[in-house]
Design a protein around this ligand. Structure first.
Ligand code: ATP
Ligand code: MG
Length: 299
């Protein structure tokens, strides 16, 4: 499937009502993939990731050389949806100098002394770089919305924590992303859409396979109890913040390699679409280069 078509398939159009239940967690039964099954599907997806990685490597070089644009990639998902593996596989092989990954956990005391966008704003990619957020300021309208008692620790001015409060947070996020886009940052946001059933399978694997025990955290099980609330929070959030300038992509995540193939296709295509060209060397610079060469040859 063409990369642009993949992007279109998973992109959430602004202005159109988005319902999470309309989006599959598994693409194995998609009509375009009907001729493939099981192993073959995974093999093809792996090959796609590799091919897209080559394209991404080239795109990253142009991004770095131009140093005018940057790329921000946000990953959000339920636990065990495969964010870490996604980052590892989709970005492996990129120039580490041009790529930064930040993971956002519970905010520290220092972070709570600032507004909710601050800690992420400090980590935004420099010009020419790709920045990856493993969780992000979106936690502020996801985990915090599911557990509004967290707000009590946020040192906020008094006020109602009603619909208008959350609307304001969405609006703040949209405005931040608009500012970034207007100033040269390409913003791409991915929700890795995992089914409750597959999460259970992966958690059991973590409990039953000794080499995966370290991945299990009791807190993950606690959050699983709030599954429906999270689904609702994701749906509301994506409805409010999938914009023309910073779209959300809802990626079926039950099959890890299909998810990786989709994300790598969308990211590489989006950077290619920036149409970056290698920087042009001016006649003056050419003269300087020639002079430098002459001097070097004489020495
Ligand atoms: P992994 O489990 O693979 O190490 P993770 O991203 O799940 O990665 P954890 O330390 O397990 O990392 O979880 C981080 C927790 O911090 C999550 O439950 C997340 O919802 C929470 N968190 C992130 N940002 C905020 C925030 N702004 N306010 C409150 N909780 C947050
Ligand atoms: Mg975790």
């Amino acid at each position: 499937m063409k990369r642009a078509k993949i992007a279109k398939l998973f992109r959430i159009k602004p202005g159109k009502k988005f319902r999470l239940q309309d989006y599959p967690t598994n693409l194995g039964h998609h009509h375009a993939l009907k001729h493939l099954r099981g192993e073959k599907l995974t093999d093809d997806a792996r090959a796609d990731v590799q091919a897209n990685l080559d394209k991404l490597t080239h795109a990253q070089e142009l991004l770095y050389a131009n140093a005018t644009r940057s790329v921000l990639i946000v990953f959000q998902a339920m636990d065990a949806a495969g964010k870490d593996g996604m980052i590892k596989h989709v970005m492996s092989g990129l120039n580490p100098q041009g790529c930064q990954v930040y993971s956002f956990k519970k905010p520290s005391d220092e972070e709570l002394q600032h507004t909710f966008l601050w800690r992420c704003a400090r980590c935004l990619p420099e010009r020419g770089r790709i920045g990856i957020f493993n969780r992000s300021y979106y936690e502020e309208v996801l985990v915090v919305k599911v557990h509004p008692e967290i707000l009590a620790h946020q040192k906020l001015p008094p006020g109602k924590r009603d619909k208008a409060f959350w609307r304001q947070r969405y609006e703040d996020i949209n405005q931040l992303e608009k500012h970034l886009t207007a100033n040269g940052t390409l913003v791409l946001k991915f929700f890795l859409n995992l089914s409750k059933k597959e999460q259970k399978r992966r958690f059991l694997e973590r409990l039953e396979q000794p080499e995966k025990n370290w991945k299990f955290s009791a807190a993950d099980l606690t959050e699983r109890r709030f599954w429906d609330d999270y689904q609702q929070a994701y749906q509301d959030c994506i409805n409010a913040t999938s914009t023309e300038w910073a779209p959300w992509f809802v990626i079926p995540a039950d099959d890890k390699w299909i998810a990786r193939a989709a994300v790598s296709a969308i990211v590489s295509q989006a950077i290619d679409a920036l149409g970056l060209q290698p920087p042009v060397v001016s006649p003056e610079q050419l003269k300087e280069l020639a002079a430098a060469r002459r001097e070097l040859l004489k020495s």
